[in-house]
Design a protein around this ligand. Structure first.
Ligand code: F6P
Length: 548
């Protein structure tokens, strides 16, 4: 399979060399239907990839790559519950969490859908009762604030979604604590009243050191103020490790479980979404799940040529493996998606930042693009200089909501949209030297001044970008967008032949941090095999430590 894929990659590289003779804007000039040919829609969402440097030959070869790499077969294997997470011997079934309850999915011969439905119902009942005040705090008050303590997938998803859906948040105010840095929990709880705060400990494993340290500090805060017994009424847990949640002192009816076939970075649809449900309500959360379900159905049933996640994934392959672009920028012109890039960083880079294939061989092609970005228009006043005139080409993924939620602020929306469209246009068309000289002449500059200034004002253009545009960022649309990005990661991982669902790369650092902690707490530990830099830093820390 890899040889056939790599030979298609070689053919694609040849096509690319020829294509370099034609600019993206010339591709538009020679095909008036280019926008139609290179865009795909799903309901109220359109993905426009016509401003990429591709043509029909490129696309058709990329579809061949998808076929050779059996992307559709692998997708079907994932969705029916095959154990495609080889290194952990686990199924990968985040799609089950938003599946129609009546469509069975089997893991180890058992239909998992009744369990999925049961936890979802338990979450809905709990969220509804907290929001209505049926469940009260230990002092018989309504909960006003929720603190979600979790990290990685147990944080990035809930935080991003809560922010994205803030116009729909009409429940208790949700706060997020993730970093083990004491400032994070301390700055969060100091603004809160313990008597009306519910702390949710979100951890798939319930062992993650950052989360458990923060959870213990939160417990101390609650116990100090409310007493041990009352404090327990201010906790809930989201985890697969039910015996550990019990040991922490959280009663079973406040524990919301999930399963080992839900990866951390794919867990927003599971009990991990409880803080979001508390904020937006059960109905809107269901809409969020429905949106993802619609994208799943599209992914599962649409032919390659119109399949949005497959097209996104193949574009990723084009940019990483054929064009050799190491990074890509995600640019949501949608302030409420300002945490989306951070979310996709975990989703994409923890999934596909791998150097061996599923079967353990070194990969022979580049994998895992580096994702970065910022919400527009802030990004324009920051790194767009490099995007327009730097020597690195960075494919840009614009995201744009056509309607805002602020009816009386149309001018903001018009400006936002205008900027987004203008940036993708500027990246593609650029501005050549003749136009620059003409403008400078019109501005009254003399020849010497023009010669000095003009090179700095040239934009070479021909820089690729795509635009994902949607009517409005509502729960359903957000569900679709996240599922789209999940499946895109899947498609790339399938082509690279990776296990996109493990994350061994995070383990070594965790292990060493545990050892380092013992060196920090006891300066007499054996440091014989330690490098001189670490010893030097430890010694300096010891001499600077003001607690000593
Ligand atoms: O950083 C590694 C990781 O395992 C992520 O995959 C996961 O989302 C995060 O830690 C948190 O894990 P847990 O939910 O088990 O606390």
């Amino acid at each position: 399979m890899n040889e056939k894929r790599d030979s298609l990659f070689s053919e694609l590289k040849q096509i690319k060399t020829k294509l370099e003779e034609i600019s993206i804007s010339d591709l538009f000039n020679s095909n008036p239907k280019r926008f139609d040919d290179f865009s795909v829609s799903l309901d109220d969402m359109i993905f426009d990839y016509s401003k990429l440097h591709i043509n029909k030959d490129v696309l058709s070869k990329l579809f061949d790559v998808a076929k050779i790499c059996e992307v559709e077969e692998k997708r079907d294997a994932m969705c029916r519950g095959d154990k495609i997470n080889i290194t952990e011997n686990r199924a990968v079934l985040h799609t089950a969490l938003r599946n129609d309850i009546n469509k069975p999915i089997y893991v180890d011969g058992k239909n998992i859908m009744p369990d999925v439905a049961q936890v979802l119902e338990k979450m809905k009942a709990f969220a509804t009762d907290i929001r209505s005040g049926k469940i009260l705090s230990s002092s018989n008050e309504k909960f006003t604030d929720i603190v979600n303590i979790g990290i990685g997938g147990s944080h990035l998803g809930p935080e991003m979604v809560a922010k994205a859906l803030s116009p729909y948040c009409d429940g208790p105010k949700v706060h997020f604590v993730s970093n083990v840095d004491s400032s994070h929990i301390s700055d969060t709880i100091k603004q809160l009243n313990p008597a009306t705060t519910l702390v949710i400990v979100a951890s798939k494993t319930f062992t993650t050191i950052e989360t458990m340290t923060n959870a213990n500090s939160a417990k101390k805060w609650l116990v100090n103020s409310l007493g041990e017994k009352a404090a327990n009424l201010h906790f809930a847990a989201l985890s697969t490790a039910l015996e550990k949640t019990k040991a922490f002192g959280i009663c079973d009816d406040r524990v919301f479980g999930f399963w080992d076939w839900v990866g951390g970075r794919y867990s927003i649809w599971s009990a991990i979404g409880l803080s979001v449900m508390l904020a937006i309500g059960a109905e809107d959360f269901q809409e969020f799940l429905n949106g993802a379900y619609e994208m799943d159905e599209h992914f599962k049933t649409t032919p390659l040529e119109q399949n949005m996640p497959i097209i996104l994934g193949l574009i990723g392959i084009w940019h990483t493996n054929i064009c050799d672009y190491a990074t890509r920028a995600i640019l949501p012109y949608d302030e409420r998606l300002s945490r989306f890039t951070a979310y996709v960083q975990q989703l994409d880079m923890e999934s596909n930042g791998k150097r061996v294939t599923s079967s353990g061989e070194e990969v022979q092609v580049k994998t895992g693009s580096i994702v970065w970005g910022e919400a527009g228009t802030n990004s324009q006043h920051s790194f767009f200089q490099l995007l327009h005139q730097g020597t690195n080409i960075v494919p840009c993924e614009f995201m744009l909501a056509v309607n805002n939620h602020e009816d009386d602020m149309k001018i903001h929306n018009d400006l936002l949209i205008a900027n987004c469209l203008a940036q993708s246009q500027a990246l593609m068309n650029g501005r050549d030297i003749n136009e620059v000289i003409q403008i400078l002449k019109e501005n009254g500059l003399n020849e010497e001044e023009i010669a000095k200034l003009s090179p700095h004002k040239v934009f070479k253009g021909n820089r690729p970008s795509s635009t994902l545009m949607y009517k409005r960022l509502n729960p359903k649309t957000l569900g679709k967008i996240i599922a789209l990005y999940e499946h895109r990661v899947f498609v790339e991982g399938a082509i690279w032949n990776l296990d996109s669902f493990d994350q061994w790369g995070v383990e070594l650092g965790k292990e060493l941090a545990t050892k380092m902690l013992s060196h920090l707490q006891d300066s007499n530990t054996d440091k014989e095999n330690m490098d001189a830099s670490s010893i030097g830093l430890l010694n300096t820390i010891k001499s600077w430590n003001e607690d000593k």
